[in-house]
Design a protein around this ligand. Structure first.
Ligand code: LLP
Length: 413
């Protein structure tokens, strides 16, 4: 457990900014960038932060300051990236099944685009021929990822063009004299074993020599982070070595030095985030004791959506002599349990004694937490704070009722 971020007590942050609150530790993000760079130190590496994990403008700026580029999936993420100061050439657009208008917009802004179906490949070829380069997103038919909702490279996945459609791809590339500057694949999220990454990379590199203009091999994101003590995670040293070797061998065969791209989300920001909420109620019932906090699946949906395990602790009580099993739940009008077991069931957590008013902290809240939050039950979105150089800075104001009604149109009924 940790009770401070850069020496600032979590309880002080809760008091200063109110709860529910997302807090991010900039040092942790910087540390993860360094680990990734170190794991791939022998290759020409480019990190493209998959900003869907956390699109706060200040997080994007922090990435940019540390030489990380960016991967976006919508025109809105693209605009945010530009607001953060990224140039078109530093932005990759990796959408899934979007209209060609969005592809055109991204192309006009000079981004790198991952084309993910044959139809769009043909339209791109017809429109731009060899005047604009593009990458192709391939589906390598590999199983990898924490659960089926976040696996993206298996045979039934909607993502990418199947490697078994190589002939159709090459036919279009030749027909329109297209300049394919890169090949992309993304295995899934929470991929812990190096084997899945290796299989996917091998599948891509096996067909890569069919493309003569390559500058980039983009192997996506998905590195697994620890959600609890002793959790098995992606062994970055191993993945780094195995993939770097396969990549360098390919470059040698191909006759040119290419760039190796990754687009991690969770790996860079998950552990940097802590979610703080207040215990509204401690409710003892004949079967179990519930802690009801001033938040719910509307703010942090991963447990209910994926059965995800997040560490939870009482930031207001460091006394371990009196602990109890609690089921930590939200205030939403449907079941919204935060405390899931490692086996993926709703359960209880042993925590230092909780009293109403205590600050309850949820770890690993930096990725896919705020970015997936909603206004369900007409609740306000939480504030976000970045702790940077020992100082806590508000990076997003808490919603107000105005944000709930902003776009409502009241008509005569
Ligand atoms: N690249 C592509 C093309 C992706 O689709 C994703 C994630 C990433 C990179 C980054 O993956 P990461 O390194 O963050 O695992 N909401 C889910 C995760 C969905 C991932 C979607 N795509 C969760 O909370 O577990």
């Amino acid at each position: 457990m940790y009770y401070n971020i850069q020496n600032i007590p979590l309880t002080d942050l809760a008091e200063q900014f109110g709860t529910p609150l997302y807090v991010y530790d900039a040092d942790k993000i910087i540390e993860k960038i360094a680990i990734l760079r170190d794991s791939f130190k022998n290759v020409n590496l480019k990190i493209k932060y998959a900003c869907k994990a956390n699109t706060n403008l200040s997080i994007l700026k922090l990435m940019r300051k540390h030489g990380v580029e960016i991967d976006v999936v919508s025109p809105e993420e693209l605009r945010l990236a530009m607001m953060a100061g990224f140039e078109g050439s530093q932005i990759t657009f990796t959408p899934s099944g979007v209209s060609f208008d969005e592809i055109e917009l991204a192309a006009e802004l000079g981004t790198r685009i991952n084309l993910d179906n044959l139809d769009v490949l043909e339209k791109f070829g017809k429109q731009y021929g060899n005047t604009k380069g593009a990458l192709i997103r391939l589906k390598p038919h590999v199983f990898g990822g924490g659960n089926e909702k976040i696996m993206t490279a298996h045979p039934e996945s909607k993502f990418g063009i199947s490697i078994h459609q190589k002939d159709e791809i090459l036919e279009l590339v030749n027909k329109y004299d297209m300049k394919i500057i890169g090949l992309h694949q993304h295995t899934g999220s929470d991929v812990k074993n190096a084997d899945a990454f290796t299989k996917a990379a091998t599948a891509i590199l096996d067909i890569a020599s069919n493309f003569k203009d390559l500058e980039i091999i983009d192997l996506g994101g998905g590195f697994k982070v620890p959600y609890k003590d002793g959790d098995s995670v992606t062994d970055m040293a191993e993945v780094g070595e195995v993939l770097s070797n396969a990549f360098l061998e390919f470059c040698k065969k191909y006759g040119r030095d290419l760039q190796l791209w990754f687009e991690p989300g969770k790996f860079l920001v998950s552990e940097a985030g802590t979610f703080l909420a207040t215990a509204n109620v401690v409710k003892t019932d004949p079967i179990k004791t519930f802690v009801g906090i001033n938040s719910g699946l509307n703010h942090l949906g991963r447990p209910m959506m994926y059965g995800a395990y997040h560490d939870i602790f009482n930031a207001s009580n460091q006394d371990t002599s009196e602990q109890e099993e609690y089921r930590v739940v939200g205030y939403i009008c449907e079941t919204d349990t935060f405390s899931w077991t490692p086996e993926g069931k709703q359960g209880e957590r042993l925590m230092n004694k909780v009293s109403a008013g205590d600050i309850i902290a949820i770890k690993n809240a930096g990725a896919y937490c705020f970015s997936m939050a909603s206004q369900y039950n007409s609740r306000l979105l939480p504030a976000e704070v970045l702790v940077i150089d020992g100082e806590a800075k508000l990076i997003r104001k808490r919603d107000t009722f105005d944000d709930i009604v902003r776009n409502l149109v009241s008509v005569e009924i």
